[in-house]
Design a binder for this molecule. Structure first.
Ligand code: NAD
Ligand code: WQD
Length: 378
C-alpha cells in the first residue's frame, strides 16, 4: 500500500478560529472524541475543504485519493492550516485489496465519498470511464465497507440528478432521472445503488448530499479549486479571464426566461458545503432508529444569473472581465436553485457566506495561486 503521512510544517496554532461565522467549530454532540473518518477524493476541491473542517473539529481523517484530478499539495496545506495532518493513502477506490487493507489498518466510523470524475463533456466522450469511476468505484467501496463493518456513508451527489427541474426552488422530492449526460446518470445510478443497499440492510446509514454549484475557496487563500486545462465551470473560467490568462468569458445563452436572459444557478461557498458534511455526519450518527437513505440539498436557496456573477466578481476583484454573448450550451437548464429548508430543519445547517464573500475568496485564491497548486509546490 502506497501511503504517506503528512506531518510537516505544522506551525499553525491549533484551535485558531478559521471557521468564523459558523456553528461547526466543535464536535457535534452525537460524535465522540476518538472518531476517525475515511474521505475518498479528499485531495480534491470539495474534499480538501471538508478534510480541513473535520480535522479542525478534532476528528482523525484518512484520505484515499488517486490524484487523477488533484495534487497532494492541497493536503500539505490542509495539514499546515489544521495544525495536524490527515493520513494520506494514494490509491484508487476501485482497488478492493487496497480498500480492505486500508480499512483493516484504519478502523473508521464513517466514509465521506467524494472520489469521482465530474467533467460533463468528458463523460460524453468516455462514458465507460465515468461509469467505472463513479458507479463501479462506489460499489467496490460499499463492498469493502460492508466487509469491514462500516455502514455510515456520506455521498457526494449533485443537483444534476434533477435534470431540468419541474419547478424552482427544487425540493428533494422532485422527480429525478431526466439526466442528459453520462456524468449525471453515473451520479443517479450511484444514488440508486445506495438506496437499494440501505433498503436491504438496516445497518446502513446513508446521506445523499445533492450539491448545487460549489464556488469560492478557503478564506486564507491556501486551498481552492484547481481545474486542469481550460475550466468548464463558470467561476474558474471568469477568474482566469480576470487574470488575463483567457481573453474573454463566453456567456452561453442570453435568451433564457431569467432576469437578464442568462442562466441562473445556486452558487454555494465551498466552506459552507464542507460544513454541511459535518452536519450530515452528525445527523446520521445521532439517529437512534433506522436511518436508511436520507437526501439533502446543499444550496443557498438563492439564484444568480451569469451576468450577475460576472458583475459580482468584477466588484470583488476590481478587474474588468470582458465577455461576449453566445448561443446556449447544449444540455444547460435555464434555472436551478435549491429549496434548502430540509437541510435547515433536519441538519441545523444553512449556508452562511454571501455572494460577495464567495467572489472575494475565489479571487484571493486565484491571485495567491496563479498556477494553482503548482504555485509554490514543495
Ligand atoms: P475534484 O475532481 O476536485 O475531486 C475529486 C477527487 O477524487 C480528486 O482529488 C480525484 O483525484 C479523486 N478521484 C477521482 N477518481 C478517483 C478514484 N477512482 N479513486 C480515487 N480517487 C479518485 O472534484 P470536486 O469538485 O471536489 O467534487 C467532489 C465530488 O463532488 C465528486 O464526486 C463530484 O462529482 C461531486 N460534485 C461536484 C460538484 C462541483 O461542481 N464541483 C457538484 C456536484 C457534485
Ligand atoms: C453555470 C452557468 C452556464 C461556463 C455543472 C455540472 C453539474 C455540477 C456543477 C457536478 C451556466 C454558464 C458556464 C462558461 C457560461 N457538477 N457558463 N460560460 O452547468 O450549472 O453545472 O457544474 O456535479 O453537474 O453540469 O455549472 O459552472 O458549468 O455553469 O456562460 O464558460 O454558467 O451556461 O448557466 P452547471 P457551470
Amino acid at each position: 500500500m502506497k501511503r504517506a503521512a503528512l506531518g510537516y510544517g505544522v506551525n499553525v496554532e491549533v484551535g485558531e478560529v478559521l471557521l468564523s461565522g459558523t456553528n461547526y467549530r466543535e464536535k457535534p454532540s452525537s460524535m465522540t472524541q476518538s472518531m476517525k473518518f475515511l474521505i475518498t477524493g479528499g485531495a480534491g476541491y470539495i474534499g480538501s475543504h471538508t478534510t480541513l473542517v473535520l480535522l479542525r473539529a478534532g476528528f482523525d481523517v484518512v484520505v484515499l485519493d488517486n490524484l487523477c484530478n488533484a495534487s497532494s499539495e492541497s493536503l500539505k496545506r490542509v495539514a499546515q492550516m489544521a495544525g495536524r495532518a490527515p493520513i494520506f493513502v494514494e490509491g484508487d477506490i476501485r482497488d478492493r485489496v487496497l480498500l480492505d487493507q486500508l480499512l483493516a489498518q484504519h478502523p473508521v466510523q464513517a466514509v465521506l465519498h467524494f472520489a469521482g470524475l465530474k467533467a460533463v463533456g468528458e463523460s460524453v466522450t468516455q462514458p465507460l470511464l465515468y461509469y467505472s469511476n463513479n458507479v463501479e468505484g462506489t460499489v467496490t467501496l460499499c463492498k469493502a465497507m460492508e466487509a469491514a463493518g462500516v455502514f455510515t456513508l456520506v455521498f457526494s451527489s449533485s443537483a444534476t440528478v434533477y435534470g431540468d427541474p419541474v419547478t424552482v426552488p427544487i425540493t428533494e422530492d422532485q422527480p429525478v432521472g431526466q439526466t442528459i449526460n453520462p456524468y449525471g446518470r453515473s451520479k443517479l445510478i450511484a444514488e440508486q445503488v445506495l438506496g437499494d443497499l440501505a433498503a436491504s440492510d438496516p445497518r446502513w446509514r446513508v446521506a445523499l448530499l445533492r450539491y448545487f454549484n460549489p464556488v469560492g475557496a478557503h478564506e486564507t487563500g491556501q486551498i481552492g479549486e484547481d481545474p486542469r486545462g481550460i475550466p468548464n465551470n463558470l467561476l474558474p473560467y471568469i477568474a482566469r479571464v480576470a487574470m488575463g490568462k483567457l481573453p474573454e468569458l463566453v456567456v452561453f445563452g442570453y435568451d433564457y426566461p431569467t432576469v437578464d436572459g442568462t442562466g441562473v444557478r445556486d452558487y454555494i461557498h465551498v466552506m459552507d458545503l464542507a460544513e454541511g458534511h459535518l452536519a450530515a455526519l452528525s445527523a446520521l450518527k445521532a439517529k437512534k432508529s433506522r436511518v436508511g437513505v436520507q437526501v439533502w440539498n446543499l444550496g443557498t436557496g438563492q439564484g444568480y444569473s451569469v451576468l450577475q456573477i460576472l458583475r459580482a466578481f468584477e466588484a470583488a476583484s476590481g478587474r474588468t472581465v470582458p465577455y461576449r454573448l453566445a448561443p446556449r450550451r447544449a444540455g444547460d437548464v435555464a434555472i436551478s436553485y435549491a429549496n434548502s429548508a430540509k437541510a435547515a430543519l433536519e441538519l441545523g445547517w444553512t449556508a452562511k457566506r454571501d455572494l460577495s464573500t464567495m467572489m472575494r475568496e475565489a479571487w484571493r485564491w486565484q491571485i495567491m495561486n496563479p498556477d494553482g497548486y503548482q504555485t509554490g509546490e514543495s
